[in-house]
Design a protein around this ligand. Structure first.
Ligand code: PA5
Length: 460
């Protein structure tokens, strides 16, 4: 097994002459590089002192053995795994599942699936919730395992879902047996959920100390559901561990996380504050969603030093689908965006486009083409779109996956996570907090009648 990272970063379309004044030059990057070199040094020092804990996850692998034990004990007996969580306690699970299992996974027979069906309930929309409940109840609660995930143990959405599901489990199975179908992933010692776990005796896993929700996918938060559904979590962590070397490179020009941070930051400073991630892969679609949260919640902040609101706006798009939805705007709308394409070199299968309707050129060329497969068409469309953007002076970069496998997904996750504290230091903000989320939470407590929140935090 290689210990090298295998993703490649292609930045030629941020340096291309055709971008005119929208091009970044080596000189632009070189001018920022000394500051980023300092930042990398600072991060390495902080890491040595125990900060940036997410960086250690693929090395320390906390509770991976326990996860494997739970999966070995329970996988065959359950039909459905429900994850109750939101934000960083859900988006990674969803991204891993769609990247690394067939997109039709839940529709497959038990023999074809590698584990239970997976439902990640990251919303409290009752129609959605009850639709999943209805489906699961047909198989029976005895065949269902519920993984409640909340680092804080205080999140209203997750708590409400937990209360409903627990009630139904008790009614269906009785209190003692119901307990066996709940597994809680939460902080080791803090929060209401931990108190409940201790009081009720639920089986539990730990969100490692110092690892925030949106940085927790490579911890028990994301790994349990992945392992249940047959995803190779060792390879996922191997990929992340392999990426540690390049993203620890002290030279910002050769460190991929630092290079991306510089490109995104420089463009943001030049008014390109919308950062679009556009995978040309259906499987990678939800990784762009995961990225969106990581970027938005980490970087969108009021800078303490001058009170300025900073942070680029992440947008997710999907190739080729959004060529027929967004590309008109992307080429002729405001030139305020930088695009990141995710490209896959080798899909695990391909579909040949048959030659038919000879003489009808609008059909025939597809089957005649030397690229006449769906992967060939997808690659041609990605190339066409990046060039079309280029002639409209819209910069883009490409993260290239040799293939979509647990290993490469692990590399990708770690590279983007490692980029965030670098960007945080460039912006002068703390990437690990989310103070602006608080007001909405306490007002929700007020509207829901929680004691201690009788007086609304603002004038209503
Ligand atoms: O990244 C974060 O910290 C947040 O998005 C949280 O994951 C989200 O708010 C859910 O929090 P918790 O896991 O405490 O229920």
């Amino acid at each position: 097994m290689t210990t090298e990272s295998t993703l490649t970063l292609d930045t030629k379309h941020v340096m291309d002459e055709r971008l005119g004044e929208h091009k970044l030059t080596q000189a632009d990057l070189q001018a920022l590089a000394p500051k980023v070199a300092e930042i990398l040094k600072e991060i390495a020092g902080e890491r040595a002192k125990g900060e940036h804990r997410f960086r250690e996850l693929p090395h320390e692998r906390p509770q991976v053995d326990e996860i494997k034990r739970i999966v070995a004990e329970r996988r065959d007996a359950i039909e459905n795994l429900i994850v109750l969580g939101i934000g960083g306690s859900a988006l990674g699970n969803i991204a891993l599942q769609s990247a690394l299992n067939p997109l039709t996974y839940n529709l497959l027979s038990k023999a074809e699936r590698r584990g239970p069906r997976l439902f990640v309930m990251d919303n409290v929309d009752p129609a959605y919730f009850e639709a999943v409940m209805h489906f699961v109840e047909q198989d029976g609660w005895a065949n269902t395992l519920v993984n409640v995930i909340s680092k804080s143990g205080e999140t209203a959405e997750t708590s409400a879902q937990f209360l409903i599901v627990r009630d139904r489990l008790i009614k269906a199975l009785d209190e003692a047996k119901g307990k066996d179908h709940i597994l809680v992933t939460t902080d080791l010692s803090k929060g209401t959920m931990r108190e409940i776990v201790d009081a009720q005796g639920y089986r539990s896993l730990v969100v490692p100390d110092g690892v925030g929700g949106r940085f927790s996918v490579l911890s028990p938060v994301g790994l349990l559901s992945a392992a249940f559904c047959g995803i190779d979590i060792d390879s996922l962590l191997d990929g992340a561990a392999a990426m540690d070397k390049p993203v620890s490179d002290p030279n910002p020009m050769t460190n991929p996380a630092a290079l991306m941070a510089m490109i995104y930051y420089l463009y943001d400073q030049r008014g390109k504050n919308i950062h679009v991630m556009m995978p040309y892969s259906q499987q990678l679609r939800d990784l762009a969603d995961w990225f969106r949260q990581l970027y938005a919640e980490s970087l969108g902040k009021i800078r303490p030093s001058d009170g300025k609101c900073v942070g680029p706006t992440p947008v997710k798009a999907l190739g080729v689908t959004d060529q027929h939805s967004q590309v008109q705007l992307y080429r002729e709308g405001p030139n305020d965006k930088v695009f990141t394409f995710l490209e896959v070199e080798a899909f695990e299968c391909d579909s040949i486009i048959p030659l038919a309707f000879e003489g009808v050129e609008a059909m025939e060329y597809l089957g005649r083409s030397k690229n006449g497969t769906l992967a060939g068409l997808l690659a041609a469309e990605k190339r066409a779109t990046e060039l079309a953007l280029l002639v409209s002076k819209r910069p883009s970069l490409t993260v290239r996956f040799p293939e979509v496998k647990a290993r490469t997904v692990g590399e990708f996750i770690y590279m983007y996570e490692a980029m965030i504290p670098i960007m945080g230091k460039l912006y002068g903000i703390n990437p690990y907090d989310q103070p602006a989320v608080e007001l909405g939470k306490v007002l929700t407590f007020h509207f829901m009648g929680r004691h201690g929140y009788e007086k609304p935090a603002i004038d209503l």
